[in-house]
Unconditional design. Structure first.
Length: 85
């Protein structure tokens, strides 16, 4: 089984030599919340939720702001039905 993981890892590295997070692109409170709650450690020590920054107040504020900045979020905020959207 370890060999299969190593093969998958090699394939991922060949397809994506640089991780998406390099240069802090895409890092936001949602990213850290998901990592704290659902991370799967493939290399290195096992992490706990306390090892990863996850501030619920920052998450809530980010989502509230982001919700207002998207077309779908603006419709939700305005109380417009988004069913089928």
């Amino acid at each position: 089984m370890v060999e299969e993981f190593q093969e998958v890892f090699r394939e991922l590295v060949s397809r994506h030599p640089k991780p998406f997070f390099e240069g802090r692109q895409g890092l936001n409170p949602v990213t850290w919340h998901e990592l704290a709650a659902h991370a799967v450690v493939l290399r290195g020590p096992q992490l706990t939720a306390a090892d990863v920054w996850a501030d619920r107040a920052a998450l809530r504020a980010y989502c509230h702001t982001n919700r207002k900045q998207t077309a779908l979020g603006a419709r939700c905020a305005a109380g417009v039905s988004v069913r089928g959207a």
